[in-house]
Design a protein around this ligand. Structure first.
Ligand code: AHR
Length: 519
């Protein structure tokens, strides 16, 4: 019998005899943090976003137009912009997703009343009036002090269209496109940091084979030119899940002009697309299966990194995980094609577990964009009319801010008990640490167990901590979430942390994300 099981039996017996409810267990796990061995820089781009023309993501979520009753600045909702600003979002990917491969950038420039109305054939077959286009997106990027990642159209667009879009955005002189941009209100070229050549070309982006797309990539990328100093990094459309065939084909055949290969991975509670599982009101079996499934990204990244290590030993090509997050069954009362879903404490744990994994892969993983920013899939913000709510995922992003551009620090548990339900087991705790640029140390701890707390005793090597502050995000119910009436059900709170020389002790509540800042 394990000591943990022994403790559990004793605690349960005491609870039965005294009639008190079973006190949450606090096992002690020993963790060493090797602050004397700082490693790679954790790229801030791992905390990027993805906002698509899908459902109420752009329209209603970010953009309401200047004439809206919802308080806005030049059409952008003030509440959403303020919330997003706090997150210090490094990069926003736009306009899709699947939408990207049916988008013609010329539809979204010029006077709004003259822009054509199209059908968004992927997402709900609704009208797209193009009132949010290139100028609006770049203004959003500037308002958020972020960087732009454009997803270009390979599926239904031509190399010329894609090349001209980039020229429109970056041209300096007196070319027709530079003048057109100026006539539409933008004098100076924009800085376009990243450019995706197609999206999911294995699926909605054209149902291609890796070999066919590899040739297409070379063709489109050849004509993607911009003035020196303003050339975007070019990202090929890659695979998904555990697949490596896209990374294999691209990295072994494209020898120039490819800075990265995208990869997508969505977390489904059931792992099964036709019946994914619900965002709330789910059984514990779906709590653990969601956490188990999300951590598969670790091996998906590892197998693709191995392919890159073979074909690109110098490490020039990055993996861009430009879509990740939870994907649940459609919510009742919402248009299924809009992919609106609630977001609970489980989603915050999913986010934190992903961050902890991303940190370990930062050498090859050059970017990660959660899908999606507002009102779609694992959104950081939900809106309804003039109301806004920050989701538990938002809070996870906010709590992890200190990790951006910090130096990765190795951590190791002496022993790691598992949280098990039925046939599924996951490690009880996940950890990640980093040294911040201003000389501090940050430690993130995730307790995956939905019922038991756990004490962590940390030995910190190579760092003298004078003070420690800790914030935790937790809740009573596995599906606790924020609503428009109760927007602060799930929010971070300070918790006690004990510092004694080089040792730190903290009790992590059940189902929690905790970030500790040491100075
Ligand atoms: O994020 C929703 C969709 O998921 C994207 O449009 C597509 O790229 C992926 O299949």
């Amino acid at each position: 019998m394990t000591p943990r099981l022994q403790k559990y039996i004793i605690a349960t017996t005491v609870a039965l005899l005294t009639g008190l409810s079973n006190p949450a267990l606090a096992d002690t796990l020993e963790l060493s943090v090797q602050a004397d061995q700082p490693g790679d820089t954790i790229s801030r781009y791992l905390y990027s976003q993805f906002a698509e023309h899908l459902g109420r993501s752009i329209y209603e979520g970010i953009w309401v137009g200047e004439d809206s009753d919802i308080p806005n600045t030049r059409g952008f909702r003030n509440d959403v912009i303020a919330a997003l600003k706090e997150l210090e979002i490094p990069v926003i990917r736009w306009p899709g997703g699947c939408f990207a491969d049916e988008y013609n950038w010329r539809d979204g420039i010029g006077p709004r009343e003259e822009r054509p109305v199209r059908i968004n054939t992927h997402w709900g077959w609704v009208e797209e009036n193009n009132s949010f286009g290139t100028h609006e997106f770049m203004e959003l990027v500037e308002m958020l002090d972020s960087e732009a990642y454009i997803a270009g159209n390979v599926g239904s667009g031509t190399p010329r269209e894609m090349a001209q879009w980039l020229e429109y955005m970056t041209a300096e002189g007196n070319t027709e496109l530079a003048q057109l941009r100026r006539a539409n209100g933008r004098q100076e070229p924009w800085k376009v940091a990243f450019w995706g050549v197609g999206n999911e070309t294995w699926g909605c982006g054209g149902h291609m084979t890796p070999a066919y797309y590899t040739d297409l990539y070379k063709r489109y990328a050849t004509f993607l030119k911009a003035p020196e100093g303003n050339r975007p990094k070019r990202v090929a459309s890659g695979g998904s899940d555990a697949n490596t065939n896209w990374t294999e084909a691209l990295s072994s055949n494209v020898h120039r002009g490819m800075d990265g290969i995208s990869h997508h991975y969505y977390t489904l509670p059931s792992g099964n697309w036709p019946k994914k599982g619900n965002s709330t009101g789910f059984p514990e079996e779906e709590w653990i299966s969601t956490l188990y499934n999300t951590m598969k990204i670790d091996s998906h990244l590892a197998v693709n990194e191995a392919v890159l290590d073979k074909h690109d030993p110098e490490g020039q090509i990055g993996i861009y995980l430009d879509e990740w997050g939870t994907w649940y069954d459609p919510e009742e009362g919402h248009e299924p094609g809009f992919l609106y879903q609630q977001n609970s404490i489980r989603d915050a744990l999913v986010a934190a577990l992903n961050f902890n994994i991303f940190h370990r892969h930062t050498k090859r993983l050059h970017m990660a964009n959660i899908a999606q920013t507002v009102n779609v899939l694992q959104a950081v913000v939900l809106t309804e009319g003039d109301k806004i709510v920050k989701t538990p995922t938002y809070h996870a992003f906010e709590m992890y801010k200190l990790f951006k551009d910090a130096s990765f620090i190795p951590t190791a548990f002496d022993e790691m008990p598992e949280y098990t339900l039925g046939e599924t087991s996951v490690p009880m705790v996940s950890a990640s640490a980093a040294k911040t640029a201003d000389g501090g140390l940050v430690l993130a701890l995730v307790n995956l167990d939905p019922a038991d707390s756990v004490e962590i005793e940390t030995l910190i090597q190579g760092f003298e901590a004078a003070s420690a502050t800790a914030r935790t995000l937790t809740a009573d119910a596995m599906d606790a979430h924020n609503t428009f009436d109760e927007p602060e059900n799930v929010k971070p709170a300070e918790i006690d942390v004990e510092l004694d020389g080089g040792t730190m002790k903290i009790v992590l509540p059940a189902k929690s994300v905790t970030v500790i800042e040491l100075r």
